[in-house]
Design a protein around this ligand. Structure first.
Ligand SMILES: [Zn+2]
Length: 201
């Protein structure tokens, strides 16, 4: 129905989260309506994403090897929040309620889709916990089966560790968030309150 150039791009956009073929088609037609200079700018911006890396400490997206949060000497090094994705970190930063560290797992344990703990940055997390001053681990994972299984897996691993189980307090943000809620989409006030009112696990 379309020329190969158009169809290829529709296929690309269709793979984006939450985007079906119809929306993908609208994106491509929007780009086609732009003049070549407008499209060129889009291409350049897209190419610049090649200069973005995962922070070697926390996993946040960054244009440096170590992200601005991990480089910030004013952050509290006694607390660490565990999130699934970089966008969850952004949501928590927006609340302005937290000045500690982060660790991004890169997903959640999902046994149905055969996505096990070995695919997450859990090994890196334990390396950080063992070689730092961290006193509190705060879970801010989606309130879903996948989120809960991931919390359980990590908590059990901490409890099995003789040293970490003594030195680290484990909490999770309060459930002011509705069941099934995604951290990324929670409003700042609710998320800020949930963070202040966290519960020991
Ligand atoms: Zn970082």
């Amino acid at each position: 129905m379309y020329s190969k150039e158009i169809q290829n791009l529709i296929n690309e956009f269709s793979q984006f989260p939450g985007i079906g073929p119809k929306t993908a088609q609208r994106f491509v037609f929007y780009l086609l309506r732009k003049d070549s200079r407008g499209r060129e700018k889009f291409i350049i911006d897209l190419k610049k994403l090649n200069n973005i890396f995962s922070c070697s400490v926390c996993g946040n997206f960054s244009d440096k090897k170590i992200c601005f949060i991990c480089q910030d000497k004013n952050r509290l090094t006694s607390k660490i929040i565990i999130v699934a994705e970089p966008q969850d970190l952004i949501a928590i930063e927006r609340t302005g309620e937290y000045k500690g560290l982060y660790h991004i797992l890169g997903g959640l344990i999902d046994t149905v889709r055969d996505f096990g703990p070995e695919k997450l940055k859990i090994g890196d997390l334990f390396k950080r916990l063992s070689s730092s001053q961290i006193k509190e681990v705060i879970f801010a994972l989606n309130s879903t089966i996948e989120g809960e299984s991931t919390v359980l897996y990590i908590v059990n691993k901490i409890k099995k560790d003789e040293i970490l189980s003594q030195s680290i307090k484990v909490t999770k943000i309060a459930r002011g968030l509705p069941l099934g809620a995604e951290i990324e989409y929670a409003d700042e006030v609710t998320l800020g309150e949930a963070l202040k009112d966290r519960k020991a696990i």
